[in-house]
Each structure stands twice: as C-alpha cells, then as structure tokens.
Design a binder for this molecule. Sequence first.
Ligand SMILES: [Zn+2]
Length: 213
Amino acid sequence: MNESALREHICECGRSLYDRGLATGSSGNISVRLDDGWLLTPTNASLGHLDPARLAKLDWQGNLVSGDAPSKEAFLHRAMYEERNGAGAIVHLHSTHSAAVSCMSGLDACDCIPPLTAYFVMKIGKLPLIPYHRPGDPKLGDAIRGLAAKHSAVLLANHGPVVSGKNLEAALYATEELEETAKLFLLLRGHNPRALNAEQIEELRQVFKLDQQ
Ligand SMILES: [Zn+2]
C-alpha cells in the first residue's frame, strides 16, 4: 500500500473504532510505518473525524515532517517500533474493557489476561502489564522498550493497550481480539472459567508457528 492509501486506511480504521465506541472523545491513536518515517494520528483529534492530509508524518528522530502536531503518546509508538522491526502498524486505545482490566489489582504482571480462547493466544499471546505512569512520562517508553521485543502487545496499567501488527489490519484485529477477551475475562469473574491449558497452547504454537511471528 502506498502512503496515500495508508493515510486513507488510517482514517477508515479510526472511523470504524469511533463508530463502535472503541475510541471516544480524542482518545486513542493509530500509527503506520512508512519507508521514510511513520504516520501518526494528530493530538486532540477524534479518531472518528480524521483528515488523511493532516495526519502527522514523523521521522525516526521524532521530528514532525508534515501535518498536524502528533499525539502526545507518540513515544509509546516509537518505543514499540524501535524494538519490533516487523511491526508495520500500532493501535493504542483506552477501550472500555481493556482499560477496566488495566485498573484491576492482583493481576499477573507477566500475563494479565488468561488464555481464554485460541484466538487470543494466536493474536496476542502473553500480555504483560506495565505499571502506572503519568501521561507523557518518558519512563513509560523505557518500560515498553523492555518488553516489546518479546511481546507484540502490552497493557498499560490504569490506561489501556498498545498493540502492534505486521500491518494496520493485523494490529486492528489484534486490538479488537484483546478488547473482546478483556470483556470475556470481566464477564467470567467469579464463574471459575477454564482457560486453555499448557498442552493446548503448545499445540497452537506449533500448528500456527506463533514463535515466528
Ligand atoms: Zn493513552
């Protein structure tokens, strides 16, 4: 996909997320890697009303090349891209169910949503929880850098998920799988759910070659 098609695609995905209530107000941001930098949704922009021509285009030093000022959460995306060469796109949301889980106490910080479904294992795998940081704290970028080589997605405590994918469609689908699994996790609290066991997860890893993703 060329840059102009990618710009259109970001706006379509933003509208879809907004229309389904997965991004409200000006929350959430979407980025895509280009041959000569990357595109990111602007600061204070609603994902439901993006303009392809006004998306922020950045270089890898963090300079704005063109477009509106980037989201203040640009550093979350940059930290993930720096550790994941194969990441072509990143979606970050404050979506309700994932954000709700991110506020729970007593989560396993290495694996904060259990493997309830095969698709969660295949699209997200083990989801680490990153401790709370105030908005804009550069230490949050460092925390992502420490985990992103081994994890395509992380959950920021009291905040929401950051999810990468080989392209925007993959990042979007993984983000939606995470949100739906967070919803299941909340629905099943107190119901003694049966997650997939180690043998079932190993079978998925082998059949779908998950370690090579
Ligand atoms: Zn955020």
